[in-house]
Design a protein around this ligand. Structure first.
Ligand SMILES: *Cc1c(COP(=O)(O)O)cnc(C)c1O
Length: 460
């Protein structure tokens, strides 16, 4: 059969509250044109993030009931640890309440002021946590990864030549670790090839630099390798994931992504001395080493989720449903990051709205319009998120790309929901020349996109 169906049935439903355009216009103004400030029941289709928004399976809900809430030594932790080790092969597993807590602990124990941490593309919290230690977060994705329209099977790959040049220029002691984000979220959800993971690993080992995976979407990355890289078509997603982790010295993970859970994360490593320091920090701010800020039931949901996420019927459906959205809006003439990524479709807002300059945030203008037109919540991944305002001159340094991300929660929306999204985007495409830019009226120094306030330019 050609039709790829959702490989699950629906057991519980959540009603969607319908809204009209005029109601949404008022809601948008009250939220200061920042969709992070919306109430979620004012949203029809919520594509803000795929993080923690997935639907859990009946097996995960059974795990929730099985959860053992003992403070120390819970069997739920043992099941969680076994599941993580079975995939990653790392010696030590530290549970955390989500991915950024793993990042904070990792960078706090490895980085200092003056250091540089290279990555294909740092995720926003990763960048912020690196910079918070005084170190510099540097993105070294291959040039194709910065060109939205260029086709390449592994646009998340690290530029190995640039990485080697950086190490030669800075010296090994200024580079406390090398990271690789699989898939490359901020770069369009694009995968990294096994060949590239191996090459980064070899370079890191030859220079004695620790190599970590930001593993949030390891299963989607593994399935892309299966589909696209020679020699992997006959291997299982689990075997491919195991090989990916085998080249690294540790990982950070948000279980809210490919853990198929609503909360959770972990940090893994092989170095016992480092792990000792990390556990001390964990106890200080997250919790004891067998729960790390999570309830026992959360550990159970993650343990089951890590198994389910590697089921190939699931991964096949997952990548097909993302591709479905991407191909339909692209064929209507909407410029998207090509090829479609794993968890999200990224609209190239700069190419779609060339009349709005980066300093007027074309991505944010599109995000607001998609909400107004159809109640769809998406997120800007451009100069609001990654641009910088000079505190003295007020001048804006734009991001490399002005993207709008439509992230697909796992196992949540059906094909007719997505058909509706396609229709709304096609409508917006018809009158795109009428869209106007925005100005920021309030912002914070770190992660400004979460709390910034905007005004429409015609009203300033
Ligand atoms: C979500 C994410 C993180 C942070 O994880 P949280 O659970 O949101 O704290 C880090 N890196 C990448 C690539 C992510 O997608």
């Amino acid at each position: 059969m050609r039709t790829i169906i959702e490989p699950f049935r629906i057991k519980t439903v959540e009603p969607i509250r319908m809204t009209g355009r005029e109601e949404r216009r008022a809601i948008l103004a009250r939220a200061d044109y920042n969709l992070f400030a919306l109430q979620s029941d004012d949203v029809l289709i919520d594509l803000l993030t795929d993080s923690g928004t997935g639907a859990m399976s009946s097996n995960q809900w059974s795990g929730i009931m099985r959860g053992d809430e003992s403070y120390a030594g819970s069997p739920s932790f043992a099941r969680f640890e076994t599941a993580v080790k079975g995939i990653t092969g790392f010696e030590y597993v530290i549970p955390t309440h989500q991915g950024r807590a793993a990042e904070r602990i990792l960078f706090a124990t490895l980085c200092k002021s003056g250091d540089t941490v290279p990555n294909n593309t740092h995720f926003d919290t990763t960048r912020a946590n690196v910079e918070f230690t005084g170190a510099r977060a540097l993105d070294l994705v291959i040039p194709e990864g910065r060109q939205p329209q260029t086709q390449h099977p592994f646009k998340g790959n690290m530029d190995i030549g640039a990485l080697e040049a950086l190490i030669d220029q800075q010296g090994r002691e200024k580079i406390p670790l090398i990271m690789l984000t699989v898939t490359n979220n901020s770069g369009g959800g694009q995968p990294v090839s096994m060949e590239n993971i191996r090459a980064v690993s070899q370079l890191a080992r030859s220079r004695d630099i620790p190599f970590y995976l930001d593993a949030c979407r390891f299963a989607e990355n593994a399935y892309f390798i299966k589909l696209r890289e020679d020699g992997y078509g006959h291997k299982s997603a689990r075997e491919i994931a195991q090989e990916m982790f085998s080249y690294a010295d540790g990982c950070t993970m948000s279980a809210k992504k490919d853990g198929l859970a609503n909360i959770g994360g972990f940090l893994c490593a092989n170095d016992p001395a480092l792990v000792q320091q990390q556990k001390e920090l964990l106890i200080l701010t997250e919790g004891f080493t067998t729960y790390g800020g999570l309830a026992g039931r959360d550990l159970e949901a993650i343990a089951v989720g890590l198994d389910e996420v590697l089921h190939e019927d699931y991964l096949n459906y997952r990548l097909a449903s993302t591709r479905y959205l991407g191909e339909h809006i692209a064929s209507a003439g909407v410029p998207i990051v090509q090829p479609p990524g794993g968890h999200a479709i990224y609209i190239d807002a700069q190419a779609m709205l060339p009349h709005i300059p980066p300093a007027q945030f074309p991505g944010q203008a599109l995000v607001c319009e998609l909400y107004l037109a159809g109640g769809i919540r998406s997120v800007e991944i451009g100069s609001v998120m990654f641009g910088r305002r000079d505190p003295d001159t007020g001048e804006e340094t734009p991001a490399d790309m002005e993207l709008v991300r439509l992230a697909l929660p796992r196992r949540v929306y059906t094909q007719s929901h997505i058909d509706y999204v396609v229709e709304v985007i096609q409508d917006v495409q018809q009158h795109k020349d009428d869209l106007q830019g925005l100005a920021i009226t309030y912002q914070t120094p770190y992660l400004r996109h979460f709390t910034a306030k905007f005004a429409q330019l015609d009203s300033v």
